[in-house]
Design a protein around this ligand. Sequence first.
Ligand code: ZN
Length: 304
Amino acid sequence: MCMVCGNFLDSLFTKGLLIDMGVEGLYGRSGIFEDVVERLTALITRIGKDGDAEVIRFPPGMNRKDFERSGYLKGFPQLAGTIHSFEGGDKEHATLLEKLHANVDWTDSQEITDVALMPAACYPLYPVVARRGALPKTGGLYDIYSYCFRHEPSRDPGRMQMFRQREYVRIGTPEQVVAFRELWLQRAQEMIALLEMPFALEVANDPFFGRAGRMMAASQRDQELKFELLIRIDSPENKPTACISFNYHQDHFGANWGIKNEEGATAHTACVGFGMERCTLALFKTHGLDVDLWPHGVRDALWG
Ligand code: ZN
């Protein structure tokens, strides 16, 4: 009886909000879906405006050397994506076409390039900030937005392989960084309340890989370094989905990249990350697939 019940992903396809591309987690977006994404980013910009953040937009690929040094492959090898490309001559090209024609694996003709897919929107920021030299006394505040890639094919529309993260990133003293995270923990809850969505706020951990990863995850939880704001979308276990995350990295990135505060101490970092597709899907799940029928308060907050 209701479009939202049953298989949410199929409802999104039927309604044309998402467009099936034949790979789980890789979808086209309709104009209406994109309009909601843009209104949400505008709302986030309004909420964060007083911070006067430096706006930086990176492409969805990052320097592979920076990616390697970031430690991402230590924590999340299962999610990483790297770009490969053909670098052969005529002979190798002929071989490639023969294999393609015979419908056998042709990918050994490809070599890894200097580009890795963006694992999280803030990853390329830290080496950029480090190369600028010591931070000013006030530290740094950055507004970041990029498509990201994570290799985790799924029928859960809230778990896409390519999706956007809007982030604010704070770099500075531990006090500056902790205050930033507290501020955004409050602001994000107010924002989701304004959008009239039920949510929960929980201590969380990143999906670290393997046995060593389980220890890293436990330590992250014990120290309450990561919080997630969860909203119900359509995960297989019917658990709410993390739509916004609040991450205190302590001096992890500062030490890795050599980011220094004004007085020479290693900088601390934190970020608040909005999963733009997840927040958008949560709106469609909560308020229905027809944006014209969303509650007045929600429409005012987004289009008002
Ligand atoms: Zn981040």
